[in-house]
Every structure is written in C-alpha cells, then in structure tokens.
Design a protein around this ligand. Structure first.
Ligand code: C2O
Length: 464
C-alpha cells in the first residue's frame, strides 16, 4: 500500500505493531509525535534507540497513547525510506469523550508526500556523494497520487467526498521529505482545530503552511454551491505568483464544476503568521510518572557500542555563536561523522534556542524532537538576542508542537520539561538535512544515577 495503512486508535489505547521486514533494505518505524513516555524502545530512529530490522526479520513496537488526541503519523526512520513507507495515525478521544468541537460528518486523512521516479536510496547516495542538493522529487502527492495537473495521474486523482451543508474534518500531514508545503481548498475556509495532536483554539484561515513532519487538523464546511473544488498543495519555495502548474498536487473535494484555488507562493512571513495564530486549548495535566525499580542503561546496547561516534561535548563550552548570515568559522561548515549528545537531568526545564545560520542553504528548518511536545515561546528574524527578545516570549499560551519551523534567517525558542527518560533524537525534518548532519540527541536521565529509569529493552529489539 502507498501510503501505508491508516491506524485509528483512541487516546489511552496501547498499540502493539508487529513490523515484518519483507523488503530488501533495513528498516525501522518511528511513530512521529507519539510521546512514548518511558517506552523509548518503541521510538524507532535507527542507531539511536534500536538497530534496524533486517530483511526477513521483525520487531514488535509496543506503546500507549497518553493524553494525545488528533493526527500523528508513522514513517520509516532509516535512510530515506520514509519517502514511501509512511501512513496516518489517527487518535480519537477515549470512548465516551468527544472532540472539543462539533462532531464532523466525515473525517479524511490527507497525506502530502513526495515521489521520485527513482529509488530514494540512490537519490540520497547522490546527495551525500556530491554534497549538492538532491534531485527535487518528480511529483508531490496527496494520499499517494499526484492529481490531475500531472499528465500521468489524472484518472487516479484522490476524491474527498463532502456532504452539502455538512462539516468535515481534514487531517492534513506533511509527510514529504524535503519540502515545506502550502495547502488550500478552493473557495473554502479552513478552521484549524488541532496541530501535532494537540487541540488548538480554533481560528480560520484560507491557507495552511506545513513543514515536513507537521500535522494540522481543519474543519471545512461544505457551504458552497454543490460542485467539485480543487484541494491543492505546492512547494513553499516555488516561484512567486506563478499559476497552478504541474508542480502542484491536487485532489478533488467532490462537487462540480472544478474551481482552481490560487495557492500563494513563497512568503516567509506566513509561517510567523500561522505561528502567532496557533494557541493551545487548556491541556489536561500530564500523567504522573511512577518510579521504576529495574536499573538499565539504554546507552549500553545501542550507543556506547560504537565508541567515538557518539560524544557528549555538544554544543561546546561556551557554545559556538552562530550567525544568521552564515558568518561562522569554516570549521563549522562540514558535518562530522557521529551524533552529538546533550545530557539532561530528569525533570529539568529546558529552553533551546534554534538559530538559523544560512551556512549552507537559505531554508526554513522544521526541527523535530522525539519523545516530547514542546512549546514554541518565540520566533523572529535575524540573530536571537536574549536581552531584546526574551521580553517577547509568549509564556501564557504558546503553541505546543513536536516540529517547529525555524524561519530562514531567523530563530525559534522552544521549551519543554525533560520528564521522559531515554535517548531522544532532535533533527531537521528535511530528510536531506539529517543526511548532512543536522541532528543530535538528548539523553534524559533521572537525576539519581543517570539512566536508571527505563525498562529493559524488549527481547526482540534488533541488535547491530
Ligand atoms: Cu518524523 Cu525523527 O522523525
């Protein structure tokens, strides 16, 4: 199946997913955005919390959804296999609970993707060999289909049925590899009610901007004359003001005749405008963690076994001063082979300033943290300046996300409480940027004896 199966669960459910690798490549599966409280062995990034599942082998991921509702997704976390190995993870309220908005008539997941007429592993090989940007994908897709503006695919265009007068829920996921995408439905307003599986204070917009990894839940009311309307998504970086063309993927909201939306082009302010509008609903307090007795050092099985590859000298002392103009020492331009770790004490409050540097390419970076949701307390352009910018922090109702778009030539400040022990990758969700080294991991201990708070790994955890 492409995309893979949609998993539909309720808050509080425990998922047991037996992944059998029938492909020719190593694979792991990551449950993007699932908090994985004390279940880091089910998180999935290869060589961080597990070694890959080899061809012919299997691994069972077990984890519980705790207090998250909305749309998340799952994807391969090995090389660039997530280009084709991904699907939606829909989390509904517990039985008997309801949405904090009127019950939609229908619900439709819409996975925005990227397709190469090539083996994605060859594409990434080329990107690492030459250091040049990888080939841009040959098509964008909605639920696996490019849509009818590409010659090849018009008969397979995805149809999204809507009942006249009714309100429907669209669960939009940017599962693309390397492109931020704008999303729009012709003639219809979108009411945003959720992002990254947190409910938000509803607001209305005509266009969404999603970085790879991000999800947005919107209500759409079929209040237009009965017709077919285009649903369209296109790359954030395409030329200013061009009409819809065969770099735009489409699906059809089932009405007729067709109307074409005018999806806006590159507008760096747009992600700020969306950030500023997203506000969380009051959250239930997180479940209390019980003390664990079994001592276990997760580092032993995965990380320490590769000496010298993982080091804890990040981000340096004092940290390197990055600059949005790319004006940093040349020694910082090249990644090194290895993953830098940063140790956090269990329960510690953490603030991270993500500073765009434009060293390599001028792009927004959708930075994703595993094992946590975080608050985005501020974003801005230029260099982060603590004495000037701290005053602008939103400490009242900042958006809660698992992926933050750091604006090109700018910065973002995120905060979270390190209440989930384990090893948690943080990386840019443009896949080519992970390949180039834009990734590190937090190691969260319990403050007593480092890592003594995790259950031992399951017996079938793949070893290297
Ligand atoms: Cu959606 Cu580390 O990934």
């Amino acid at each position: 199946m492409y995309p893979g199966p949609t998993l539909e669960v309720n808050n509080g459910d425990t998922l047991v997913v037996n992944v059998v690798n029938r492909a020719r490549y190593n694979v792991t599966i990551h449950w993007h955005g699932v908090r994985q409280t004390r279940t880091g062995w089910a998180d999935g990034p290869e060589f961080v919390t597990q070694c890959p599942i080899r061809p012919g082998k299997s691994y069972t991921y077990r984890f519980t959804i705790q207090g998250q509702e909305g749309t998340l997704w799952w994807h391969a976390h090995s090389s660039w296999l997530r280009a084709t190995v991904y699907g939606a993870l829909i989390i509904r309220p517990r039985e008997g609970d309801s949405y904090p908005f009127p019950k939609p008539k229908r619900e439709t997941p819409l996975l925005l993707g990227e397709w190469w007429d090539a083996n994605p592993i060859d594409v990434v090989r080329q990107a690492t060999r030459t250091g040049a940007a990888p080939n841009v994908s040959d098509a964008y897709t909605i639920n696996g289909q490019p849509g009818d503006l590409y010659n090849c695919s018009s008969k397979d265009t995805i149809i999204v049925p809507v009942d006249s007068g009714e309100t429907n829920l669209l669960r939009v996921v940017n599962s693309g590899l390397n492109q931020q995408l704008f999303f729009k439905v012709a003639n219809h307003k979108l009411t945003v009610v959720g992002a990254d599986a947190s409910y938000v204070k509803p607001f209305t917009t005509s266009v969404l901007m999603l970085g790879p990894g991000q999800t947005t839940d919107v209500l759409i009311t079929a209040d237009q004359p009965p017709a077919k309307y285009y649903i369209a998504a296109r790359a954030y970086a395409s030329a200013q003001g061009a009409p819809l063309d065969n770099t735009t993927t489409t699906a059809i909201l089932e009405y007729k005749p067709l109307a074409r939306p005018n999806v806006p082009k590159s507008n760096p302010l747009c992600q700020l405008c969306q950030l500023l509008t997203i506000r969380p609903l009051p959250l239930p307090s997180p479940p209390a963690l019980e003390a664990q007795e079994k001592p276990w050092c997760p580092l032993k099985s995965i990380i320490i076994c590769i000496p010298g590859v993982f080091t804890t000298d990040f981000p340096g002392n004092p940290p390197v001063k990055f600059d949005y103009t790319g004006n940093v020492s040349r020694s910082m331009w090249q990644p090194i082979r290895g993953t830098k770790l940063y140790k956090l004490k269990y329960g510690e409050s953490v603030q991270v300033v993500l500073q765009g540097t434009s060293i390599f390419t001028a792009e927004n970076h959708p930075i994703h943290l595993h094992g946590y949701d975080f608050y985005i307390v501020a974003e801005g352009f230029g260099n982060f300046n603590p004495s000037r910018d701290t005053a602008k922090f939103n400490l009242v109702n900042p958006p809660l996300r698992n992926t933050a778009s750091v604006p090109v030539g700018g910065w973002a400040v995120i905060r979270f409480v390190a209440d989930n022990p384990g090893v948690w990758l943080m990386h840019c969700h443009l896949d080519v940027h992970i390949t180039w080294g834009l990734a590190m991991a937090f190691v969260v201990g319990n403050g007593v004896g480092e890592m003594q708070t995790l259950e031992p790994p399951p017996a079938d955890l793949p070893v290297c």
